[in-house]
Design a protein around this ligand. Structure first.
Ligand code: NAP
Length: 541
């Protein structure tokens, strides 16, 4: 690897080590190289792409418009890449990210097959000792985590899971080889954004499909289609304007809330607007709806009733339709899965929906799944059971700060951060898309996050500082600010990965505020102020 200093006991020494070669790690590498420092990216997989490398499950695709998801930092890259679909499928996205890696010769400074298992801060000289699963050891002044908010897959806690003799796959650990469903009896457990994409794809070729649903979600149509060469020309010509718009919207999507309240318009206008949104591509119905649907109960009930009606219209068997309509949360209070003929899948004679709230799974056996009222035999079980979100990827690494303090301990009861980037007692550790940062249309947030972190490192290098740390006051103030932004949001009254809940993990049954839920422009404004002020809110020495 370039630029490493090797010590006698073969510990390689860098100025910065980035964990993860997904969208954020790749861009962070690009920016840190510009500072002329020695940087290495350690990546667990065999290739770049992070989320888009691991999540190869059938039907995986963008839910944000492909072009709004691109990196925006390189005009040349924008000029030469043609998107083929408005919402690109995973293979297209992965080729895009490989193209980025080739174009900027990123692989030269990425070490693959290198899962980081520990990162310990050295109080004596303000550096980090980093070790991988294979026992390789590294040192670095800066530790930059680019490990993703949704990257630690979780299997369900179900008795007998290891006894199943057929094929089984977690969606986020999908094989690199093609998986056939033809003629097979397949079970899918989980109906989040991943499960929905998987189910609608598997249903196209499966012998028989059984969906095990615990909580139904409010899903709305994606309306994907191919991009014609002429459209691509227009999209390219509109890039500057489109990226400017993404900077201005609440969550960096092309869509942003309508300035009107749900009940400020007549019932007819409201209905027409909902119909328009339901017939429009992408997240508009969630992110571009009336301004109060996510905070006002009556407004939320109105859009929920509208989507419930659509589900009843699309599903023939009304008993099945009722099971598919969420009853314990309103529309948009969990991440809205985008679908393409998802509800119609349940009209197929070879598809069965099992409501496991009604008839819970008792155990998994050699041949299949036993619920309280039936035994099902399967050739394959697909686990679309999600992630240990936001803090999970941190918890899976033994990260220790000053005086050996474990990050997991520090964050017991919920994360505490400064701007979502730094943690008190963990000097020189900088997080990309960590807890308490703006997520939204994630590459937009990533680019900003990377640029801000690069600014901190540049500042430290320029001033020959060896220790960059968050202060206790800074962390307290930011964490309280993030908590206050969550007040009044209906989503904070609902169990989901966004509120820190995971039924499969011991101790994760109490909600906490893990996300920054203010606007992306407000987040950037705050971070820009800190930078403009010479990072005086940080302790830099
Ligand atoms: P998820 O939203 O957490 O969904 C997990 C599903 O598994 C839920 O239906 C959950 O039921 C179920 N489940 C978990 N444990 C279970 C158990 N023990 N027994 C039965 N069912 C169980 O995870 P995800 O679908 O992977 O999505 C996570 C996030 O990734 C999304 O919200 C989204 O942000 C992102 N994502 C993005 C895209 C995209 O951009 N195109 C695609 C996929 C995912 P409960 O609801 O009852 O817990």
């Amino acid at each position: 690897m370039s630029g490493a200093h090797e010590t006698a006991n073969s510990v390689r020494d860098y100025d910065a080590i980035v964990i993860g070669a997904g969208i954020s790690g790749m861009y962070q590498l690009y920016r840190l190289r510009e500072l002329g420092i020695r940087v290495l990216v350690l990546e667990a997989g065999t290739g770049v792409g992070g989320t888009w490398y691991w999540n190869r499950y059938p039907g995986a695709r963008f839910d944000s418009e492909s072009y709004s998801y691109s990196y925006s930092f390189s005009k040349e890259l924008l000029e030469e890449w043609d998107w083929k679909e408005h919402f690109a499928p995973q293979p297209e996205t992965l080729s895009y990210l490989n193209h980025v890696a080739d174009k900027f010769d990123l692989r030269r400074d990425i070490q693959f097959r290198s899962r980081v298992v520990s990162a310990h801060y050295r109080d004596a000289d303000n550096g980090w000792d980093i070790a991988t699963e294979s026992g390789e050891k590294f040192r670095a002044r800066f530790l930059i985590t680019a490990i993703g908010p949704l990257s630690a897959p979780v299997m369900p806690r179900i008795e007998g899971i290891e006894n199943f003799k057929g094929e089984s796959h977690h969606t986020a650990r999908w094989p690199h080889e093609p998986v056939s469903f033809a003629g097979k009896r397949v079970a899918v457990i989980g109906t989040g954004a991943t499960g929905i994409q998987t189910i609608q794809e598997v249903a196209k070729t499966v012998g028989h499909l059984t969906v095990f649903q615990r909580t139904p979600n409010w899903c709305t149509p994606l309306h994907n289609r191919k991009i014609t060469p002429e459209e691509m020309k227009d999209i390219r010509a509109g890039y500057p304007e489109m990226f400017r718009r993404c900077q201005e919207t609440f969550a960096c999507f092309l869509h942003t809330p309508d300035p009107r309240g749900t009940f400020e318009v007549s019932a007819e206008e409201r209905e027409a607007f909902f119909e328009h949104l339901y017939a429009s591509p992408g997240f508009g119905i969630w992110q571009g709806n009336f301004k109060d649907i996510l905070v006002n109960r009556e407004a939320n009930a109105a859009i929920s009733a509208f989507v419930a009606r659509k589900i009843r219209e699309r599903v023939k068997d009304q008993a099945v339709a009722e099971k598919l309509i969420p009853k314990n949360h309103g529309f948009g209070t969990r991440r809205v899965p985008m679908e393409t003929k998802y509800y119609e899948v349940y009209n197929q004679p070879n598809v069965k929906l099992v409501d496991i709230e009604e008839t819970p799974i008792e155990r998994i056996a050699e041949k299949g799944i036993k619920t309280t009222d039936a035994e099902y035999e399967f050739d394959m079980i697909v686990y679309a059971t999600g992630f240990d979100a936001i803090t999970g990827s941190f918890d899976r690494i033994d990260i220790r700060g000053e005086n050996g303090l474990a990050l997991k301990e520090k964050w017991r009861g919920g994360p505490k951060t400064y701007l979502g980037v730094l943690v008190e007692s963990f000097p020189n550790m900088l997080m990309l898309i960590g807890p308490h940062t703006a997520l939204g249309n994630i590459p937009r947030s990533i680019e900003y996050n990377v640029e801000w972190v690069t600014g901190v490192v540049r500042h430290a290098v320029k001033h020959r500082a060896t220790r960059v740390a968050a202060t206790a006051e800074g962390v307290e103030s930011w964490t309280n600010h993030v908590k206050s932004l969550g007040v009044g949001l209906l989503s904070n009254e609902v169990d989901s990965w966004m509120t820190g809940i995971n039924s499969n993990i011991e101790g994760r049954q109490t909600r906490f505020i893990a996300r920054y839920s203010g606007s992306a422009p407000a987040y950037r404004e705050r971070c820009d102020q800190v930078a403009a002020d010479g990072y005086r809110e940080l302790s830099i020495a």
